[in-house]
Design a protein around this ligand. Structure first.
Ligand SMILES: C[S@@+](CC[C@H](N)C(=O)[O-])C[C@H]1O[C@@H](n2cnc3c(N)ncnc32)[C@H](O)[C@@H]1O
Length: 159
């Protein structure tokens, strides 16, 4: 199975880089993982609502360009559906029934995801009603996908 994580904005903190690298390495045993990091748009401190929409639109266009036709798209969105780790594991397993399946997870930038990206998404996944920074979200997502594979394979993993 191919898993692609499309994300907006760089990882600036070394501790996130280390966590992302560690879970990417662990995940490479189970799937072909690619991380596509797209540039974010500068947001002026006093940006108006219209300017913010424009920024999200530009970032959204970049995101959609990097999503291949036929991929199953899971957008990370606060207002999406919450799953247990076991349920996410089952979802990944079910999507993997076709050997060459491709899941694309999308993480937005600091302003979130454009409506067109949410429209393209096959599923909107929430990690809680709280807002997490995009850098942290990337690491948490990779950990949960890794956990999902461990659950699927019946392999031990600390609770
Ligand atoms: C800093 S957040 C954006 C916050 C923005 N105000 C919003 O409502 O989306 C950056 C990205 O991280 C992801 N994210 C943050 N918290 C999340 C959560 N609780 N569940 C799912 N995704 C989350 C989303 O993809 C979001 O676009």
């Amino acid at each position: 199975m191919r898993i692609t994580v499309v994300c907006v904005g760089k990882i600036k903190e070394k501790y996130f880089t280390m966590g992302i690298e560690e879970y990417s390495k662990r995940l490479s045993r189970y799937c072909k993982l690619d991380i596509i990091e797209l540039p974010d748009e500068k947001t002026p401190d006093n940006a108006s609502a219209a300017e913010e929409l424009q920024i999200k639109k530009k970032e959204g266009e970049r995101i959609l360009k990097s999503v291949k036709d036929g991929a199953y798209v899971i957008a990370l969105a606060i207002e999406g559906k919450m799953l247990t780790s076991e349920e996410l594991s089952e979802k990944i397993e079910a999507l993997g029934v076709n050997g060459d399946s491709h899941i694309v997870f999308i993480i937005g930038g600091s302003l979130g995801l454009d409506a067109e990206v949410l429209k393209r998404a096959d599923y909107k996944l929430s990690f809680s009603k709280m807002t997490f920074p995009h850098q942290m979200m990337r690491m948490v997502l990779l950990e949960q996908v890794y956990r999902g594979y461990r659950i699927m394979k019946g392999e031990p993993y600390h609770k």
